[in-house]
Design a protein around this ligand. Structure first.
Ligand SMILES: [Fe+2]
Ligand SMILES: [Fe+2]
Length: 501
């Protein structure tokens, strides 16, 4: 039996060191956001029980704001004794959980980082690599090796020997740690605001900093249950349409429309597609960068969404289309971003599911996380050896950190929400991003990584910033085995291309 949502839930609780009882699992599967409820369950202060019971699920559900019930068909399917549930489409969780509460920005940011620390520390706790795990306040130099889990507050390099000194924070306090320049732990760059586990060795001499012997990142398990659809259905992944831009590639878009309508070659692939995912920058927006008005074909943002609606209506109406916003869209730019407001959503066809950025959803039991990718602008300069032309290298690091945009205070604005919606939890089967306008596909520990091009030609602004786009490409994924077909629509009929270029 191919693993579906049910297996994902079991794997999720396993990763969080919990065993879920059969009845509790059934109850979760009837909920419209089962993974969000599961996350609340592992976060709920409890008695330390290793089990998840029906009562615990009921308690968490009772605290949630009631939502309209699902259509009877879905509910019955979820309750059916044939326990594997494979809905064509289900939203599992949206990164945006409502506006910040209260007006104290400092307090709001500190609860955001506490939420991040707790979510990621939970994934690291209990690992054999982190023996003798202590809160920072309980580290005693004489005690021999110990481990800590902390949020990296500061990374600095010593002037003489180029050792790295980290300041890391946990709930109890903070500690400074030396990472010797020639040690294995120093081989990877530490990023500010990521959460890491460190194995420490204390020096005999008083006053010397403990040394990091090894670093452990949250990462995804090397082996995990991955979602597969039980029959061959495909999804096509696109990004960065930039409708309203003068550089919108209307001809290439026309080729995509023909392809999805089953006209021309590759129609055997097109016939099996029933989902379209668009990873943000749906329209070009207004005032996103200096002098953008010169690059716009449609100067009014409401009109841009009306045109987006017309473009999406060109696709066959049998397709279900999932869209998330990007930094060019008309929503608050701070991440996580909410879904499009109702007034703009109203211009889009009915077969469009408009979600927050990021969002996690399942397509025939395959868990997909879609994130626009603004944080590439911070991560590429921060991570040596990465480049806009190879976005999947950065995405591997996102998975290792289990975080989409850790760095605070740089180019990616972070919203001070009470829960960090940019933590990657649950681990997805497919992570899809855009923003960099190039194309890349790779696999990392069973996760398919996709960065899916653009439908905008090079703009003056990009020429200025030396960004060479790879436009008009799309990734078509067979959801029964995660096999990938990369298609190039730039020259007319789609041509199959290699994933990387
Ligand atoms: Fe874009
Ligand atoms: Fe973007």
């Amino acid at each position: 039996m191919a693993p579906g949502l049910r297996e994902h839930l079991v794997a999720y609780f396993e990763e969080h060191h919990r065993l879920v009882e059969a009845g509790a699992l059934q109850l979760l599967l009837t909920n419209h956001q089962p993974l969000l409820v599961s996350r609340e369950l592992v976060e709920a202060p409890g008695d330390g029980s290793p089990f998840v019971t029906v009562e615990m699920v009921e308690r968490v559900l009772a605290l949630r704001t009631p939502r309209p019930p699902e259509p009877a068909g879905l509910r019955d399917a979820a309750r059916s004794p044939d326990v594997r549930v494979e809905r064509p489409f289900a939203v599992l969780q949206e990164g945006f959980v409502g506006p910040p509460v209260g007006s104290d920005a400092l307090a709001a940011y500190s609860s955001l980082f506490r939420s991040r620390y707790r979510a990621l520390a939970r994934l690291l706790r209990g690992r054999p690599e982190l023996g003798n795990l202590r809160p920072t306040s309980a580290l005693r130099p004489g005690d021999g090796p110990a481990s800590v889990i902390g949020l990296v507050r500061e990374v600095r390099t010593t002037a003489k020997r180029h050792h790295v000194v980290l300041t890391i924070d946990d709930d109890a306090g903070s500690v400074e740690v030396l990472v010797p320049q020639d040690s294995p732990a120093a081989q990877q760059t530490f990023l500010p605001d990521e959460v890491v586990g460190l194995k420490l060795q204390f020096a005999r001499e008083p006053g010397k900093l403990p040394r990091a012997l090894a670093v452990e990142r949250p990462d995804v398990p090397a082996t995990r249950a991955v979602g597969r659809a039980s029959r061959r259905r495909r999804a096509i992944f696109l990004s960065d349409l930039h409708v309203g831009s003068r550089s919108f590639l209307a001809d290439s878009w026309g080729h995509l429309v023909d392809f999805l309508r089953g006209q021309g070659p590759q129609s055997e692939v097109a016939d099996e597609i029933d989902h379209v995912v668009v990873a943000g920058d749906l329209v070009d927006g207004i005032g996103v960068y200096p002098n953008q008005e010169h690059d716009l074909a449609i100067a009014d943002v409401v009109e841009q969404y009306a045109e987006l609606g017309r473009r999406l209506a060109e696709l066959p109406s049998r397709l279900s289309i999932v869209v998330v916003p990007g930094n060019h869209d008309a929503v608050c730019p701070a991440e996580p971003q909410p879904a499009l407001p109702p007034a703009l959503r109203a211009s889009l066809p009915e077969n469009v599911h408009s979600l927050a950025n990021p969002s996690t959803f399942s397509l025939h039991g395959v868990v997909v996380e879609a994130y626009h990718g603004r944080s590439f602008d911070d991560l590429i300069p921060a991570l040596p050896g990465t480049a806009y032309a190879r976005p999947t290298e950065v995405m591997k690091r996102m998975i290792q950190m289990r975080h989409l945009a850790p760095i605070y205070g740089d180019r990616t604005p972070l919203a001070p929400l009470p829960r960090d919606g940019l933590v990657i939890d649950p681990a997805p089967d497919i992570l899809v991003t855009g923003h960099v306008h190039t194309y890349g596909a790779d696999r990392y520990r069973g996760v398919l990584l996709l960065n899916v091009s653009t439908w905008q030609a090079e703009t003056e602004y990009q020429r200025m910033r030396n960004i060479a786009p790879v436009p008009a490409r799309a990734a078509v994924v067979d959801l029964s085995n995660l096999d990938l077909v990369s298609l190039d629509f730039s020259g007319g009929d789609p041509v199959r291309v290699g994933a990387a270029g």
